[in-house]
Design a protein around this ligand. Structure first.
Ligand SMILES: CC(C)(COP(=O)(O)OP(=O)(O)OC[C@H]1O[C@@H](n2cnc3c(N)ncnc32)[C@H](O)[C@@H]1OP(=O)(O)O)[C@@H](O)C(=O)NCCC(=O)NCCS
Length: 201
C-alpha cells in the first residue's frame, strides 16, 4: 500500500527501545508462523535489550528504525560477526533482522533500510554481508535476490522426536552470542552479497 509520506530512517536511540522490541517481536512472530522452531524465548526482551546496549557501547553494529511520523514501520539490525579461529576468513557483517510492517511492504522501505545497512558495513571495511532466511519465506528470498544476495549454504534439519534426556548446558552460549550464531560451527552461513573478495580486516 502506498503512503503519502516517505518514512524517515533514523538510528535507534535508547528511548526507541520500545519500537525496536515491537518490530523485532513482529518479525519473529512472523518467522514462527513459517517455522515454530524460531519462536522467541520467554526472556527474549532482556536478551535483546542487553544486546542493543552492548552494540551501542561497543559500536560494532547498527540498529535503524523507519518511522512513519511517530509510528515505527521498519527495522534493520546489523552487527559485525567473527567466526571461529578455525577459519581463514572470519569477519563479515551479519544482517540480524529486517522487518517492514505489512502496510508498508512493497513501498521501498526495505530497500532503503538495507541500503543504509550496507553503507554501514562497507564503511566498516566489511566485504560481505550474510544472513539467515527461512527457506519457505519466498517474499524475503525474492527481495534479497533482487538486492544481489545469493544462497551459499543451507541448514538441513531432522527432527528426533521425544527424548527423556536433557541436552547438556551450552557452555559456549555466551561467547557464541558475542561472536554470532555459531562460534565453532563449520558453516559460514547462507547468503553472501556481491563481492567475491574476502575480507581485508
Ligand atoms: C522481507 C521484507 C523486508 C521485504 O520487504 P518488502 O517491502 O516486502 O519487499 P519488496 O516488496 O520490495 O520485494 C518483495 C519481492 O517479493 C515479491 N513477493 C511478494 N509477495 C510474494 C510472495 N508471496 N511470494 C514470493 N514473492 C513475493 C514481490 O513481488 C517482490 O519481488 P520483485 O521485486 O521481484 O517484484 C518484508 O516483506 C518483511 O518485512 N517481511 C516480513 C519479515 C521478513 O520476512 N523479514 C526477513 C527475514 S530474513
Amino acid at each position: 500500500m502506498q503512503t503519502m509520506n516517505r518514512p524517515v530512517i533514523r538510528d535507534a536511540t535508547e528511548a526507541d527501545a520500545w519500537a525496536v522490541l515491537a518490530l523485532f517481536s513482529a518479525l519473529h512472530q512472523f518467522n514462527a508462523t513459517l517455522d515454530a522452531r524460531f519462536a522467541l524465548a520467554d526472556e527474549w526482551e532482556k536478551v535483546l535489550h542487553d544486546h542493543l546496549s552492548h552494540i551501542r557501547t561497543a559500536g560494532h553494529g547498527i540498529t535503524l528504525i523507519a518511522w512513519n511520523d511517530v509510528t515505527p514501520v521498519g527495522l534493520i539490525m546489523m552487527d559485525g560477526h567473527m567466526d571461529s579461529p578455525l577459519f581463514r576468513h572470519r569477519r563479515w557483517a551479519e544482517l540480524l533482522a529486517l522487518y517492514v510492517t505489512p502496510a508498508q511492504q512493497g513501498d521501498g522501505v526495505a530497500d532503503e533500510l538495507l541500503c543504509r545497512g550496507i553503507t554501514w558495513a562497507r564503511g566498516r571495511g566489511y566485504v560481505r554481508v550474510q544472513l539467515y532466511v527461512t527457506s519457505s519465506n519466498m517474499r524475503a528470498k525474492r527481495f534479497y535476490a533482487r538486492q544481489g544476495f545469493v544462497p551459499v549454504q543451507e541448514i538441513w534439519r531432522r527432527e528426533l522426536g521425544h527424548t527423556d534426556v536433557e541436552p547438556p548446558d551450552d557452555v559456549m552460549c555466551l561467547a557464541a552470542y558475542e561472536h554470532g550464531h555459531d562460534l565453532l560451527s563449520a558453516h559460514p552461513h547462507h547468503l553472501i552479497i556481491d563481492d567475491p573478495h574476502e575480507e581485508t580486516r
